[in-house]
Design a binder for this molecule. Structure first.
Ligand SMILES: Cc1cc2nc3c(=O)[nH]c(=O)nc-3n(C[C@H](O)[C@H](O)[C@H](O)COP(=O)(O)O)c2cc1C
Length: 315
């Protein structure tokens, strides 16, 4: 019998445990076209390739358009990538007018990633989206490469609780809070978010890093700091997922460096209910639908009746 691949993350029903990492999948159109051009990729809803996903997570959306950072925005490292995009996005009005309607019609729930420079800005975005077909919100309190807001909320339990409580008051939809690894005690932030009303947590965002241009004797990124992602961060992400799974009872979306089936299994066994694939989309843009099939086959071959059995099973 086919294994049950469905999971529920903080009230959000997903047909399988896969989503994509915010900021690595645009608003989905390019991937939809690419997946559609690959006849070997079978999707649950004919003609809607993104229905392969358990949920689609959008790039970060702010109240007004953000231009993002000047200068170099991405640089490769030995086993990952540094980025300092600065959450460039066209703002919530433009996002609702041009992207969200189309996305919501692709046969998979849409998690809108929300960013702001202040508590009010997060709430503004959530309030604006309440009448939209967004299925859930992912509150990004963890981006290392914007000037204010973002990371400053995610490193202080009291501030994290304030943002989460304010967003909680603005919506009854599933509220996922995205945590940063750039803290000493991630479980403290997780507990604060849980107590303030989060339905689920996603982790990790990028790890703070730096690159130096030796030839020019300058820092590569204008702001200095950038966010490291990809295979290099996987052990850090796994450690964070495991710690937080032991500290709070909320479902977790685990992400950070996932690039193959074993990575997915590691995150589930360490405590994640669902997983997000990010940087790997850049090197292999059809990796997610392939992993969906591989996980289902693995469950079948290994006598797993429901994928949820794997969550936290490594102890
Ligand atoms: C180019 C790029 C843009 C990103 N933009 C966002 C964003 O807008 N909001 C957010 O919460 N995380 C953002 N992230 C972080 C990812 O969602 C993810 O947490 C991180 O990259 C770790 O996963 P990965 O190693 O699979 O990429 C971005 C990452 C990259 C590489």
């Amino acid at each position: 019998m086919a294994p049950d691949m469905a999971v529920t993350v903080g009230g959000l029903a997903m047909r399988n445990p896969f989503t994509v990492a915010s900021g690595t999948f645009g608003s989905g159109r390019e991937y939809a076209a690419l997946w559609a051009s690959r006849p070997e990729l079978v999707c649950p809803i004919p003609g809607k390739p993104l229905s392969c996903l358990g949920a689609l997570t959008t790039k970060g959306v702010s109240p007004q358009p953000w231009a993002g950072n000047d200068g170099c925005r991405m640089a490769e490292t030995a086993s990952g990538v540094l980025n300092a995009i600065g959450l460039q996005n066209p703002g919530v009005e433009d996002f609702c007018a041009h992207d969200l309607g189309w996305l919501a019609d692709q046969g998979t729930p849409v998690i809108v990633n929300v960013c702001g420079h202040s508590l009010d800005q997060y709430v503004q975005v959530v309030e604006r989206l309440e009448e939209s077909p967004a299925a859930a919100y992912e509150i990004n309190i963890s981006c290392p490469n914007v000037d204010c807001g973002g990371l400053s909320f995610g490193v202080d339990p009291k501030l994290a609780a304030k943002v989460v409580a304010a967003c909680r008051a603005a919506t009854r939809r599933p509220l996922i809070v995205k945590l940063t690894p750039n803290v000493t005690a991630i479980a403290d932030i997780a507990r604060a978010a849980a107590e303030a009303g989060a339905d689920a947590l996603s982790l990790i965002n990028t790890v703070a890093g730096l690159a130096v241009d030796v030839r020019r004797r300058r820092l590569v990124f204008d702001r200095g700091v950038a966010g490291l992602s990809g295979p290099a961060v996987k052990p850090i992400a796994l450690h964070a997922v495991h710690r937080v799974h032991q500290a709070v009872a909320l479902p977790l979306i685990g992400l950070g460096g996932i690039a193959c089936l074993d990575d997915v299994l590691e995150f589930l066994l360490a405590g994640a209910t669902a997983v997000g694939v990010g940087t790997a989309n850049f090197t292999d843009p059809v990796i997610v639908p392939r992993l969906v099939g591989e996980l289902e086959r693995w469950c079948l071959d290994n006598g797993v009746k429901a994928v949820g059995e794997l969550t936290g099973a490594a102890g």
